[in-house]
Design a protein around this ligand. Structure first.
Ligand code: NAI
Length: 347
């Protein structure tokens, strides 16, 4: 019997819908047994109108699907974190998507900002803890709006949360795992991360391991990213270091990501970038981050061969210079997506 799996699609705001279109075209072109449930209503307009970020009905649609493809959410009219948290944090914490997987691979030499050719071919993954840390929303404040204001955000680490993200990092390692923390300055969380690391290293004795403080990790990445395979770290450092690895691999427009629960098998796949209000509506957003996120999605569903074909098509389009302006081409979003489709058709 044919098993048709449902993929929920949340295009979102700004360039989100612009890049999700080409990514969906690629998914359809693969001819897999997938159907798409597009949730158009999740956007800033609805939030501004009635305060709904992700409704219970939206959440139920996501939860009943095999995986979700998300564009981006965010709108310059919204100054607080309520909307983004209402969508992204609700998905991540509600579905316990604790592992954020952010690969960075150089698709073409000319995209690297590094001077030394030997140090350019970055091919690493930032594994970011996705449900704890400083982004957990635990905190408060007093004397808000006065000169005496005090604000507090709690950097939450739990033994369960830290252990499972480190174990996930080992499960995806090819060459080795590097723990990045700031145990030298953050005593309580640092001690817990170090303890969980030692326990995990003992569970994975055959894997090469290293440890760097977050500032040194940024330095080493900019000097020679080729030495890294998997970097495992907390929510904040993972957010920042994965933007650095994306820049080293050609820019944010190319960078895919997946938020996963390896236990349930559920995942939300989304380009790393946001809604880019500065270029929204110009038709110039790079669709490759969304297309490569779609490749991660099909790979996660067991279609590794098709994911490889998409990546080869992306590499060929980039090599031919058939890209958007952010990575040196002259094409619009749709044309850059069509270039990947054409390469896919030629395989
Ligand atoms: P951003 O990623 O939207 O944009 C940063 C810069 O990169 C901008 O100059 C933009 O034009 C450029 N850029 C981003 N994606 C691009 C693409 N595909 N092609 C070409 N250039 C691209 O980050 P920013 O400006 O900090 O945030 C804008 C909004 O997006 C905010 O509301 C923010 O909260 C939201 N956001 C949402 C995320 C999500 O939905 N997961 C992630 C990051 C930000």
């Amino acid at each position: 019997m044919r098993l048709v799996r449902t993929i929920t699609v949340i295009p979102g705001d700004g360039i989100g819908p612009e890049v999700i279109g080409p990514a969906l075209d690629v998914l359809v072109a693969l001819g897999l047994d997938l159907r798409f449930d597009v949730i158009e209503e999740v956007n800033a307009h609805r939030y501004l109108r009635d305060g709904t970020a992700l409704s219970d009905a939206d959440f139920a649609r996501v939860r009943s699907s095999a995986a979700t493809l998300l564009g981006a959410v965010g709108d310059p009219r919204l100054r607080d974190t309520g909307y983004a948290r209402g969508v992204l944090w609700r998905l991540r914490s509600g579905l316990d998507l604790y592992a954020n997987y952010r690969p960075a691979r150089l698709w073409h030499e000319r995209l690297s900002p590094l001077r030394d050719a030997a140090r350019r071919p970055i091919d690493c993954v930032v594994v970011r803890e996705n449900t704890e840390g400083l982004y957990s929303g635990i905190g408060g404040g007093t004397a808000t709006g006065t000169a005496a204001e005090v604000a507090l955000d709690t950097d939450l680490s739990t033994h369960r949360g830290v252990s499972r993200i480190i174990d996930f990092a080992f499960s995806v390692a090819r060459r080795g795992v590097c723990l990045v923390d700031k145990a030298s300055a953050i005593p309580h969380g640092g001690r817990l991360w170090q303890r969980c690391w030692r326990e995990a290293v003992a569970r994975h004795p055959r894997c090469a391991t290293s440890h760097l403080y977050a500032d040194t990790a940024a330095l080493r990445l900019a000097e020679d990213p080729t030495v890294f395979d998997v970097i495992v770290t907390n929510n904040t450092y993972g957010d920042i270091l994965s933007s650095l690895t994306a820049a080293l691999a050609g820019g944010i427009g190319l960078a895919p990501s997946a938020s996963l629960n390896p236990g349930t098998g559920f995942g939300v796949f989304e380009p790393m970038h946001g809604s880019a209000p500065d270029i929204a509506g110009t038709g110039t957003a790079n669709p490759l981050g969304a297309i490569l996120s779609a490749a991660l999605l099909v790979e996660h569903l067991g279609h590794g061969e098709e994911a490889g074909a998409v990546r080869r098509a992306v590499a060929a389009a980039v090599a031919a210079g058939r890209t958007t302006p952010d990575i040196g081409g002259a094409l619009g979003t749709r044309e850059a997506g069509a270039a990947v489709l054409a390469e896919l058709g030629a395989r």
